[in-house]
Design a protein around this ligand. Structure first.
Ligand code: NI
Length: 258
């Protein structure tokens, strides 16, 4: 059995309320060595801090998702600032721009993206970038803010390979998950083929984006072997090589010393 690193999940989500403890306790025996639980809302960040205290194999990220930044206050920012240095917090995320759901006006999304990026810079943490239907603005802001000096990952990468080249110039990593197994995910497959193996990490985004054959159901890290198998086919490598390389990449991305 290989070592698997899930670089992005939301186990604080209420969909896990019925069996969270049982599920998380089954992870290590299934080869899931580490999971990074993402902050997305203020409540999600507080829950993340609790989860990583409870489960030794879990790390966490503190940050606010673009859909959730509409009501943020300076008080909230101060809370993020003082809690992102907690033990086992390895990134600022997920942060970015979402023009698909478009729940918050673009100026406010951009303001909090930049603000949280600067928090990451100040605390020397990488960023986890969420970007949907906002490739050009995401890239322009990251370029203007010198995100290459901060480092991090573009999660659930689903833009073109040309765009990938630009994020690669900033030394960013790329997260691939369930979407890669969808038959209509032509762009994601092309990007995964193009991006060098030392820049790829795997993720679930659980409870969302379950891979085929469990598409549409609640996702968990236990589904990652389907993503690994697909990536192995795309790259022409063995599943073991995919696991080892993405595991090493995840440690490097999150600057975890083992
Ligand atoms: Ni997410």
């Amino acid at each position: 059995m290989y070592k698997i690193f899930d670089t992005h999940a939301h186990y604080d989500d209420e969909q896990f309320d019925i069996d969270r403890d049982e599920l998380l306790n089954s992870m290590v025996a299934a080869g899931i060595e580490h999971v990074v639980n993402m902050g997305a809302s203020m409540d999600g960040c507080r829950d993340t801090l609790e989860l990583i205290k409870q489960y030794p194999f879990m790390y966490g990220a503190i940050g606010i998702h673009p859909d959730e930044v509409g009501e943020l206050t300076d008080e909230d920012y101060k809370w993020l600032e003082s809690n992102c240095t907690a033990e086992k917090i390895v990134a600022i995320g997920e942060i970015g721009l979402d023009y698909y759901w478009d729940t918050v006006d673009h100026a406010t999304q951009k303001e909090w993206f930049v603000r949280q990026m600067n928090l990451a810079r100040e605390k020397k943490l990488p960023i986890v970038v969420h970007s949907r239907d906002a490739a050009a603005d995401t890239y322009d802001i990251m370029k203007a803010e010198h995100a290459g000096d901060i480092g991090g990952v573009v999660h659930c990468y689903s833009y073109t390979k040309e765009m990938a080249r630009q994020f690669m110039e900033m030394d960013f990593y790329f997260g691939f998950g369930g979407v890669l197994t969808f038959s209509n995910a032509k762009k994601a497959k092309e990007a995964a083929e193009y991006i060098p193996m030392n820049r790829i990490v795997i993720e679930t985004d659980a409870p969302y984006l379950s891979p085929v054959p469990n598409r549409g159901k609640r996702n968990s890290s236990l589904n990652l072997p389907y993503v690994i198998k697909t990536l192995a086919e795309i790259k022409g490598l063995s599943e073991e090589e995919i696991c080892n390389q993405t595991y090493e990449n995840a440690l490097r991305l999150y600057r975890i010393q083992k």
